[in-house]
Design a protein around this ligand. Structure first.
Ligand SMILES: [Zn+2]
Length: 72
């Protein structure tokens, strides 16, 4: 599933938009099986403003409510 995300740069605070794939990871909490949504990018993603690397292809992105939103 391809999703558009808004993500806040952790270096300069600029909001970037980019495309990522949404996947679900199996996660067990206290014996209960749940699925955690995570995102990953297919190519390196840099901040539009400061140029620092925000995401690398093999890093999984978890939703952190304060700095990442899905755009519907
Ligand atoms: Zn930045």
């Amino acid at each position: 599933m391809s999703r558009k995300l808004r993500m806040k740069c952790r270096f300069c605070g600029h909001w970037n938009r980019f495309q990522a794939q949404k996947i679900f990871l199996k996660h067990k909490v206290k014996g209960i099986q749940t699925y955690v949504p995570v995102y990953h990018v297919s190519e390196i993603h840099k901040c539009e403003k400061c140029g620092k690397v925000m995401q690398k292809p093999k890093e999984l992105i978890r939703i952190e409510k304060v700095n990442l939103y899905e755009i519907h």
